[in-house]
Design a protein around this ligand. Structure first.
Ligand code: FEO
Length: 452
């Protein structure tokens, strides 16, 4: 496409117009029409070239994003994508699959960082083989022992018995619970501040307990300024899923998997703030090489339990539709009252992890559920207990209950909500008796006035 410059095009158009004027004035109409046709063909070609250029730019952008994993000549990506997984960690739907990331630092000594899930070990070993180019690894650094990253340790040890495993004391204490390694395997225990020299590259270890297990380590490669961040900054999806929207699946991943440990994430972010970081290599999702402030800001917001956006999540459960109608009416009224964003989720039909993500994303929430067996409809109880487990806090919550003869849902929901830190419960509690009435709709209006 090189050579197609605007100045060339303008010149050609000017010459065509001049020729056209000359032929028109000289009354040579046959040549004039021929020139007109040529002129339109030329314009059409210009349009095709323009569209092709746009398409090529899009392909180039995608290619750049896909090859971001090869950000360094000496730090190679050897992770694998898992598109066959039905549920991550046995409970989270992953329609876009999952990436298990692993890296090799090639220097005088070679360090491999982490392995992959047991189902993908062969593919990972083949990637490792290619990256080693005939050499042998000296170290396997284990940042995180959870099986989605530790599934290849035994095979690695069997294939490279001379290599040394490098990890935290806690990881080495937990390791025998997952696998039996030969007595002869070499181990090097590291802690906060320790370093591992590979030649020009040096790994500096950072303790990151409970992000997301107690044994977790981060490491910082000093020469290329790379942070190996274990589960932090990871997301659901294969490596290049959602290249334009990292936050969507990173947020769902964070709140459901790491969310409980906000204080520990805050502690490690403070340590990371003292480092000059150029690249973040997480154990899931893409390698992050640009605009790192964006990702760090998101993690700072999420881990401090501060709302990310203004808006109201209306989370409801309904047996015969009465509560659903009340929830939808409430959403309508909230929108009419000018609430920035209103999201309505049916707990029985939505991905629970997605609703939890939205609960943390917005600054307000209304929960609406029917009474069931003189208690609370189970899916709502499950939802609220999930929020409690993940330390839901610092939000305002409204309550809508339904009950045909002895409403109890509001009492039960309020009991759970009252245990949460800095959660303000709206004064107006709406009681719907089976279906919306003039009275219950008036109560909805009062609740809207408090929540808008
Ligand atoms: Fe990706 Fe905590 O494991």
């Amino acid at each position: 496409m090189k050579g197609w410059k605007l100045s060339d095009d303008v010149f050609l158009i000017m010459v065509s117009v001049a020729a056209g004027i000359y032929l028109f004035v000289s009354r040579d109409m046959l040549d004039f029409y021929a020139l007109l046709i040529i002129f339109f063909i030329y314009l059409l070609l210009c349009l095709i070239v323009f569209l092709l250029k746009k398409r090529i730019k899009r392909i180039e952008k995608k290619y750049r994003e896909r090859t971001m994993k090869n950000f360094s000549e000496n730090i190679k990506y050897i992770g694998v994508d898992d598109r066959d997984l039905d549920l991550f960690e046995g409970q989270y739907v992953v329609p876009e699959g999952m990436a298990y990331n692993s890296y090799v630092i090639v220097d005088e000594k070679i360090a491999v960082t982490d392995t992959v899930d047991v189902h993908k070990v062969n593919e990972w070993l083949a990637n490792l083989d290619a990256a080693l180019a005939g050499r042998k690894p000296d170290y396997l650094v284990i940042h995180h022992l959870e099986p989605d990253h530790a599934g290849g340790i035994a095979d690695f040890v069997a294939k490279y018995p001379e290599a040394t495993l490098v990890s935290s004391a806690k990881a080495f204490a937990l390791l025998p619970q997952f696998m039996a390694l030969p007595e002869t395997v070499k181990k090097q225990t590291v802690k906060e501040g320790d370093t591992l020299s590979l030649g020009a590259h040096t790994l500096q270890f950072i303790g990151a307990p409970m992000v997301h297990w107690p044994e977790v380590l981060f490491s910082y490669e000093q020469s290329e300024k790379v942070l190996f961040a274990a589960d932090a900054f990871g997301k659901f999806g294969v490596y290049d899923a959602d290249p334009d929207d990292w936050a969507c699946e990173a947020r769902r991943y964070y709140f459901n998997i790491v969310g409980k440990y906000g204080n520990q994430v805050q502690a490690v972010l403070k340590k990371a703030a003292a480092l000059d970081i150029k690249t973040i290599c997480p154990l899931h999702g893409p390698v992050l090489t640009e605009n790192l402030g964006y990702y760090i800001d998101k993690y700072n917001t999420w881990s401090s339990y501060a709302p990310e956006d203004k808006g109201v999540l209306v989370a409801f459960a309904s047996i015969y539709g009465g509560t659903k109608k009340a929830a939808e009416k409430l959403a309508e009224k909230l929108t009419a009252a000018g609430v920035e964003k209103v999201v309505v989720s049916d707990l029985a039909r939505s991905d629970m992890a997605e609703v939890i993500e939205d609960a943390f994303r917005y600054d307000r929430m209304v929960v609406a559920a029917p009474t069931y067996d003189a208690g609370l409809f189970p899916v709502m109880e499950d939802f609220l207990n999930h929020l409690k487990a993940k330390n839901y806090s610092n939000r305002k919550v409204g309550v809508v209950e339904n009950g045909t003869w002895a409403p109890m849902a509001a009492k039960k929901m309020t009991e759970i909500l009252a245990t949460l830190k800095n959660v303000t419960i709206a004064e107006t509690v709406v009681t719907v008796k089976s279906t919306l009435s003039v009275e219950s709709e008036a109560a909805l209006d009062k609740l809207v006035a408090e929540m808008a």
